[in-house]
Design a protein around this ligand. Structure first.
Ligand code: SAM
Length: 270
């Protein structure tokens, strides 16, 4: 099950989520949405066969990439020299973006046509280093982008929406059909932009507590807050927060979750 068809002499690996962009108009549209400018510090996740890499280097002069597939890494070294490209070999889920930003002394722009099989954990990983990012522009499965940007009360709204909207302004840009890739994926894709909010806009006193409250609220989607947040709030606490314990987690805005987390930090040791 690891192979899904040959592209330019490379056998696409499903386990690495390899669907390579092949439509020149789509590639040009994505690069123009990214707008690479000379001397910006940019990291591309999953450069693959270089469909975005080459035009990005054209705009920037130099690009960092994180790639896991050794065959593709060898091809990248053949095609680009060290003055143009720094290849970080390995798993983007484990890559220390904060350390790279620290070493280079600049916040990073992070872009990529992401491997869809790891997109959610990768977004959580990147959310943890929001203070070291200038912006991010990604191609993802359309349904994932809908979840990222979802409003409270909708079916798509969940833990991913709350955790990302707490840290980023999220903008959906445009859709990309399966025919723009080789091999073609089964799903439609979307381009999304994430702009970090200023640190002062993030009002949780303890972001770990905030994360735990949000995870609990969405852990069992069909249950009410009275049940899902039992470990954090009793009936009096709900009353003090002026929240209806009969609601489900999907009804609460990001600010409500911040208020709950701060109430837990401020009023009680839990
Ligand atoms: N950017 C290329 C394009 O648009 O044609 C390739 C995109 S392809 C959807 C995903 C890329 O991410 C592949 O090159 C794949 O090898 C790489 N990849 C998959 N899992 C990865 C991981 N955990 N860390 C870094 N790169 C990964």
């Amino acid at each position: 099950m690891s192979d899904a068809g040959g592209v330019d002499g490379h056998v696409a690996r499903r386990r690495f989520g390899q669907n390579f962009l092949s439509d020149p108009n789509t590639i040009a549209r994505i690069v123009s949405a990214i707008r690479p400018q000379a001397d910006e510090i940019m990291v591309e996740i999953g450069p693959g066969l270089g469909a975005l890499t080459a035009p990005l280097i054209g705009g920037l002069g130099h690009l960092h990439v994180v790639e896991i597939d050794r065959d593709l890494i060898a091809r990248l070294h053949e095609r680009f020299d060290a003055a143009q490209l720094t290849v970080h070999e390995g798993d983007a889920l484990k890559f220390d973006f904060a350390a790279l930003a620290g070493a280079l002394g600049a916040n990073l722009r992070v872009v990529g046509n992401l491997p869809y099989n790891i997109s959610t954990p990768l977004l959580f990983h990147l959310a943890g280093v929001a203070d070291h990012l200038r912006d991010m522009i990604f191609m993802l499965q359309k349904e994932v982008v809908a979840r990222m940007a979802a409003a409270p009360g909708t079916a798509e709204y969940g833990r991913l929406s709350v955790m990302l909207q707490y840290r980023f302004r999220i903008g959906r840009l445009f859709d990309v059909p399966p025919g723009a890739f080789r091999p073609a994926p089964k799903v439609t894709s979307s381009i999304v932009r994430l702009l970090p909010l200023p640190p002062e806009a993030r009002r949780a006193k303890d972001e770990a507590v905030f994360g735990r409250v949000v995870a609990a609220a969405f852990g069992q989607r069909r249950k009410t807050l009275r049940n899902t947040l039992r470990a954090f709030l009793d009936e009096d606490d709900f009353a003090a927060l002026m929240l209806d314990p009969g609601l489900r987690g999907e009804r609460l805005a990001v600010a409500d979750y911040v208020a709950i987390a701060n109430y837990c930090c401020g009023s009680r040791q839990r």
